[in-house]
Design a protein around this ligand. Structure first.
Ligand code: ZN
Length: 169
């Protein structure tokens, strides 16, 4: 199993929408394994394929406690079919947006449909932290980063910092 390179802002690859997966073949199964390895190693609680350079509608996540048993969850071609209420996810972060966290307004509860790696149709009713993780990862599949959902003032501060660092290196 390989650790994949995680693309980071301002890589424009991250801002494009992904394509649905038509065939869950060996390549996809391999990609899922490698994405899991990469996510745990980072460490993170979620990872979308676009973050490792694959423009396909696939994400992995694991919200089980860090010191508990790992349980990799896979969602293929997920769609949010309903959302309700709103919460502020505190200090949201992203492996593709290093060294920055912000509060983000998210739906409080959502229903997601998608497929698991065995082509079984899943319907997930999520609230709280899981709802936030799924909204964050599904955003990735639509080319949206969490910094696209914060005030332009806050985003501007981060962009400036990133550009300064890029010039230095
Ligand atoms: Zn992210």
């Amino acid at each position: 199993m390989d650790i994949l390179e995680i693309r980071t802002y301002p890589d424009i690859f991250l801002s494009q929408p992904t394509r649905p997966i038509e065939n869950i073949d060996d390549n996809i199964q391999n990609l899922i394994e490698n994405m899991g390895t990469t996510m745990y190693q980072a460490p993170g609680v979620g990872l979308a394929a676009i973050q490792v350079g694959v423009d396909k509608s696939l994400l992995v996540y694991d919200v089980s406690p860090r010191d508990g048993e790992r349980c990799l969850q896979v969602l293929i071609n997920p769609r949010i079919i309903s959302s309700e209420g709103s919460i502020i996810s505190e200090d949201e972060g992203c492996l593709s947006v290093p060294d920055f966290r912000s509060d983000v307004k998210r739906a409080a509860s959502i229903i997601v449909e998608g497929y698991d790696r065995n082509e079984k149709l899943l319907r997930i009713e999520a609230e709280g932290f899981l709802a936030v993780v799924l909204q964050h990862e599904i955003d990735h599949l639509n080319g949206i980063l969490f910094i696209d959902r914060i005030s332009s003032l806050k985003r501007g501060i981060y962009k400036k910092r990133i550009l300064k660092n890029l010039k230095k290196s």
